[in-house]
Design a protein around this ligand. Structure first.
Ligand code: PBG
Length: 333
């Protein structure tokens, strides 16, 4: 073969492009599949709300009323999602996060509502953490000098787990990064006969700037940061250590969060364990794409599917994403 300058260039022996010729061929050899049943939709429900309220930092996401939450849950079923993850926004907050453990607390009543409507069709999960319920916004209760008290928080988490299990939840998602939280919750659940309630542990959860938009979503009152309990973004080995501890304590599914900046951690965890691995495509990851698309800087639908496929490719079996409904629609189109 001769190039345009007349020089001899060797002809390729191997042609990977051959398998990229048509959409049919590309689909046939795709290594990673994305399906609605692998997706979990996080949803917010606001106590006392009479209208769904838009969340300005997360275009397209709302704080639901109890009614609109059920409508969205039905949509999730119709589109074949694997689950929903519920977050509650209470009207009143206090230092102990009492709204989290009260049977009449917004998250607990919402769990009962959603499980009654769609609990047979998909998995109903609930966030198990105090940050939405405390007036100081931390994920645990505080010592008199203002530090997060790990072991007293475990007692509250145990109580919260029982309140959620009594409300009918199928899977709890402890997200507070307290040491020993999975063991405390598993022990409390088992002690009360709730042996079937599963635990999706937020095991490797990083202190991330990408939770920014979520803080508006839940009306967070946090001053300061969570760096004494959430992990340092610099650490990947430590993420695996946290995961192994959670499995030893009884976690059924382990999660890495956020997802996109931590795909290496997802991969390490996938390679290290045999339980299902989840990853949380968090609010900031969502809003970055939405903002760029709004400006016409990015092809929104392609970006959504690329983001979710990348998280699956890194090794996540399950992906929590605010795009779950939309992605399911795109996948079935
Ligand atoms: C804590 C919790 C947070 C998120 C999920 N659970 C916030 C935090 O740790 O500050 C963030 C989710 C997101 O950003 O989408 N209950």
């Amino acid at each position: 073969m001769t190039d345009e300058l007349g020089a001899q260039v060797p002809r390729p022996v191997t042609r990977p492009r051959r398998l990229r010729t048509t959409q049919g061929l590309r689909s046939l050899v795709a290594e990673t599949r994305l399906a609605p049943e692998q997706l979990v939709l996080p949803m917010f429900v606001r106590e006392g709300a009479t209208e769904p309220r838009p969340i300005s930092t997360m275009p397209g996401v709302v704080q639901h009323t109890r009614d609109s939450l059920l409508k969205a849950a039905h949509e999730a079923v119709d589109l074949g999602l694997g689950g929903v993850m519920l977050f509650g926004i209470p009207q009143d907050k206090d230092a102990l996060g009492s709204g989290a453990t009260a049977p009449s607390g917004i998250l607990n009543v919402a769990i009962t509502d959603v499980v009654a409507e769609v609990g047979d069709a998909l998995t109903v999960m609930s966030d198990l953490c105090l940050d939405e319920f405390t007036d100081h916004g931390h994920c645990g209760v505080l010592t008199p000098d203002g530090r997060v008290d790990n072991d007293r928080t475990l007692e509250v988490y145990a109580e919260m787990a029982l309140a959620q299990a009594d409300a009918g939840v199928e899977m709890v998602g402890p997200s507070g990064m307290m040491d020993g939280q999975v063991a405390a919750i598993r022990g409390a659940l088992d002690g009360a006969g709730h042996t079937d309630v599963a635990i999706l542990a937020y095991s490797a959860k990083y202190a991330s700037s990408f939770y920014g938009p979520f803080r508006e979503a839940v009306d967070s009152s946090l001053q300061g940061d969570r760096r004494t309990y959430q992990q340092d973004p610099a650490n990947a080995r430590e993420g695996v250590r946290e995961v192994l501890l959670d499995i030893a304590e009884g976690a059924d599914i382990v999660m890495v969060k956020p997802a996109l900046g931590y795909l290496d951690v997802v991969r390490r965890v996938r390679d290290a364990v045999d339980v299902p691995v989840a990853a949380y495509n968090v609010s900031g990851e969502y809003s970055m794409v939405e903002a760029a698309a709004e400006n016409g800087w990015i092809d929104r639908e392609r970006a959504i599917l690329e983001v979710l496929t990348s998280i699956r490719r890194a090794g996540a079996d399950v992906v929590l994403t605010y795009w779950a409904l939309e992605a399911a629609r795109l996948l079935s189109a």
